[in-house]
Every structure is written in structure tokens, then in C-alpha cells.
Design a protein around this ligand. Structure first.
Ligand SMILES: [Zn+2]
Length: 249
């Protein structure tokens, strides 16, 4: 048994019995790991205020070599991201990002790009980026990295691009858009209406590097449409409800 060390973001914390905690984190070197922190509820010294959701830490843990919980030996706090736990809107958006990563990854499945994307979204919200907008940018990049890039260029059926003022619908099962002609009665089940404005903004977000996303200006209507799109798309792909969506307006 050797002690390992990784930089990690805490996705989830729950109590275990009188004195222990179970901590799930997403790490740079080893992906998602769940570990037991012995005495974390009592010991003021070793883990005090470190094992909180969203915290960025250096974690030292003992991998017992079987599938299951590792033992967290020590943690060094790098950034607490306090504002994410103190502000409701920030909290909900950060929690949604963490919940998605939790469901998308199995244990010990490392992905550095995803780790840095998650870190980026927490930093952005912490620095004051509109929490819902940061969430949209996060998910645009997330689905691209996961191999489910949204196809937003042309209609997936007739291959024509939309005229201005027209609306398209997003078809989650086909990862792309259907134009007005190809989707008669566009309120068809499971499809998400999108205005041309929203489509253009999402296309820009796909192309821009993360550090330039802050340039994009979404109207309230586009924010609503994009969030609805990602809610439907994510729940379709994961085939499950994502709890944090219920709290994001
Ligand atoms: Zn069409």
C-alpha cells in the first residue's frame, strides 16, 4: 500500500457514521475517486474545513488496491471557492457542473481536459461570471470533449441552414437541428426550440477558446433556450434526471 497524491476537486461529501466522511473527488491524475476520511467530522486538525464541496485540494490517499473506497490520509487546501458555497445561484450552477461530472465518469477514469474544464467553470463563477452563462459555456465544451458535440450548422435532415427569423428544434437523439420544414408541429416531444440567435451564440461558443468565452453576450431568452437544450440533451444522454437542474432557474 503506497500513498498517492493528486490535485482534485471535491464533487460530493457525505457523512458516514459518527465521525467519518465519504468524499468523492475528481482528480487530475486519477479521475473520479471516492474515499473515506476517518475522523473528519471530529478531528479539527487534519481536515478542518477542507473537505467541502467545490474545494480544490492536494489529496494524499491510500489506494487499497481493490475497487471501492480509498483512504484519505491528508488534504492540503489550494482554493476553497468560498463564494460558490455562500451564494445560492453560484452554488446551484457549480453543483450542476459537479453532478454532471459525477454521472459521466466511472472511478479511476482520468481525463485532464475535463478536469481543467471543471476547474475553469468553478473559477469563472467564483470570479463573477454570470453563473448560468458559465454553465452554458461549460456544457458546450463538456459535450464536445465527451464526443457528443452538438451539430448546430445545418438541418440534419435536409442539410439546409436556417433563414433569419426562423426557428429550429434540437433533436437530442440525433445530436443536431431540424429546420422548420423538417419538424412540422415543432413542439414535438423531447425536442427543444431554438432561435437563430441562440444557435449562432452556441456555434461561437463551440469555436472560441475558454478564455475568450466571456466576450459572448447572451440575451435572457437565449440563456433560457440554451439551458433548456442542455437539460434535455444531458438527461437524454445519461438516461436519468439530474437533480441540480431543478434549482437552476
Ligand atoms: Zn430541414
Amino acid at each position: 500500500m503506497t500513498t498517492k497524491n493528486t490535485t482534485a476537486i471535491i464533487l460530493k461529501v457525505s457523512d458516514l457514521g459518527e465521525s467519518d466522511k465519504i468524499v468523492t473527488f475528481f482528480s487530475e491524475q486519477a479521475g473520479k475517486i471516492a474515499g473515506i476520511a476517518k475522523g473528519a467530522k471530529r478531528s479539527k486538525k487534519r481536515f478542518s474545513n477542507k473537505l467541502e464541496i467545490f474545494s480544490l485540494l492536494d489529496v494524499f490517499y491510500v489506494d487499497r488496491g481493490r475497487s471501492g473506497l480509498v483512504r484519505i490520509a491528508e488534504a492540503e487546501l489550494l482554493t476553497p471557492f468560498m463564494s460558490l458555497r455562500e451564494n445560492y445561484e453560484r452554488y446551484v450552477s457549480a453543483a450542476l457542473a459537479c453532478e454532471l461530472i459525477h454521472y459521466w465518469f466511472r472511478d479511476n477514469d482520468a481525463d485532464k481536459n475535463i478536469f481543467y474544464l471543471l476547474l475553469w467553470v468553478l473559477q469563472s463563477i467564483d470570479k463573477g461570471t454570470h453563473p448560468q452563462l458559465a454553465q452554458i459555456f461549460f456544457q458546450v465544451k463538456l459535450y464536445t470533449l465527451l464526443g457528443y458535440r452538438l451539430n448546430l450548422s445545418d438541418c440534419i435532415k435536409c442539410e439546409k441552414s436556417e433563414q433569419s427569423g426562423m426557428r429550429s428544434v434540437f433533436h437530442p437523439g440525433r445530436h443536431g437541428l431540424l429546420c422548420t420544414k423538417c419538424s412540422p408541429g415543432s413542439a414535438a416531444r423531447g425536442m427543444v426550440p431554438l432561435s437563430l440567435n441562440t444557435i449562432k451564440l452556441l456555434q461561437h461558443a463551440q469555436k472560441l477558446p475558454m478564455e475568450k468565452l466571456g466576450r459572448l453576450r447572451f440575451s435572457d431568452a437565449s440563456i433560457r433556450e440554451a439551458l433548456q437544450l442542455f437539460k434535455v440533451y444531458g438527461e437524454y444522454l445519461l438516461q436519468r434526471e439530474i437533480a441540480a437542474w431543478n434549482f437552476l432557474q
